[in-house]
Design a protein around this ligand. Structure first.
Ligand code: EPU
Length: 337
């Protein structure tokens, strides 16, 4: 265990705050010991996965536990399907690449998402027409109340858009240890409906894409507009795309005829990136924080020296101006600590 430990390398924003105590755990036993230590010493705990969806706004006066449980296992389910289980500390993109190398289908649209496998169910990670709920079978967690293992199946996770039980009533109650996915071994379901994928495949001259081709297209698209956290600190989309009532959308359409929207029954999902850009934030920098010049929904640590508070205040200014111009209240997607 380390004391007064900088968390800068452990959050993709690259914010420099200290944890009073820090420990990296590789097994369930080590994790249980760390949790018991925190209970005995009355310390709050902060679990760190890939650190790609958190904004640390101040020093953490407790025990930060970095989850580094590793390993991938597989089990044939039938001729066409395989159950693949990965431990929480596996890097998400490496896990996707591992599956694609084995020609297992289902994860290809989720290529290059930062973070680890263990945090993927928290917010039901999704991109380019796929969410993990589409292939998720279950996860094993540690219940922090009684330090016992427990499993959650698909239904019990209550997955929604960037949402799950782990962000709602289960918040702070469990640590996800491993996650299982049902993947295809053949007759893969190729998903290219998401506009940009088709365009990118055309660009690559591919007419009958494999799952590996879809992955390549997704990687190209992401690399073309999302900043690489290794180069510029960021946590992907900072806000969720808001859902508004159809009537409100119709009203807005009168005033802003080009407002994009994806209707779903009597609600419409509006791209937050568009709203933010319309308020003049795209590429704008205040101090060390900025809205990314190619994707307004992503806030970046522009100089590498931004504090968490600075990024948080920047996000508040964006929320205020979107609210003022469109009457829509943006919700942060990133966890604020
Ligand atoms: N747009 C703008 N200006 C911008 C950005 C976006 O006008 O600066 C508009 C465009 O009209 C565009 C639309 O927003 O057509 C949608 O943009 P994009 O396809 O880039 O997707 P997004 O809705 O901004 C969501 C996810 C991303 C995911 C992409 C692709 C959320 C909060 N974000 O972004 O997820 O990669 O779709 O599926 O749902 C993440 O969560 O960290 C993340 C990157």
């Amino acid at each position: 265990m380390q004391e007064n430990f900088s968390l800068k390398p452990y959050n993709t924003f690259g914010v420099d705050v200290n944890a009073k105590y820090f420990i990296e755990v590789h097994t369930i036993e080590e994790l249980k010991n760390a949790i018991n230590y925190s209970k005995d010493h009355d310390l709050p705990v902060l679990f760190l996965g890939g650190g790609s969806n958190i904004l640390l706004t101040k020093d953490f006066e407790g025990l930060a536990i970095k989850l580094s449980l590793k390993g991938i296992e597989q089990e044939d389910l039938n001729e066409n399907e395989v159950l693949v289980t990965a431990k929480a500390g596996e890097n998400w993109h490496e896990f996707v690449m591992y599956s694609l190398k084995k020609n297992y289908g289902g994860l290809e649209n989720l290529s290059l998402i930062p973070g680890n496998v263990g945090t993927s169910p928290m917010q039901n990670i999704g991109a380019y027409g796929t969410e993990i709920k589409d292939i998720f079978v279950g996860c094993t967690v540690l219940d922090l109340e009684n330090i016992e293992l427990k499993t959650f199946n698909l239904e019990q996770c209550h997955f929604g858009y960037r949402d799950s039980i782990f962000k709602q009533e289960g918040k702070g109650k469990y640590v996800i240890l491993e996650v299982s996915f049902k993947l295809t071994k053949k007759n893969h379901h190729i998903k290219t409906e998401y506009g940009a994928i088709k365009t990118e495949l055309d660009h690559l001259g591919i007419t009958h894409p494999t799952i590996q081709d879809v992955s390549k297209a997704v990687i190209n698209i992401r690399q073309s507009k999302l900043p690489d956290p290794k180069v510029t600190g960021n946590a992907g989309s900072f806000f969720k795309n808001p859902t508004i009532p159809l009537a409100q959308f119709e009203d807005l359409k009168q005033k802003f005829e080009h407002i994009p929207g994806y209707p779903n029954g009597d609600v419409v999902k509006v791209p937050a990136g568009w709203l933010i850009e319309q308020c003049g934030w795209k590429g704008k920098q205040i101090g060390n924080a900025a809205s990314h010049q190619l994707q307004a929904l992503v806030i970046v640590n522009a100089t590498g020296n931004a504090t968490g508070k600075e990024i948080y205040n920047f996000s508040t200014q964006i929320i205020n101006s979107v609210k003022e111009k469109f009457g829509i209240e943006l919700e942060r997607e990133v966890n604020i600590i």
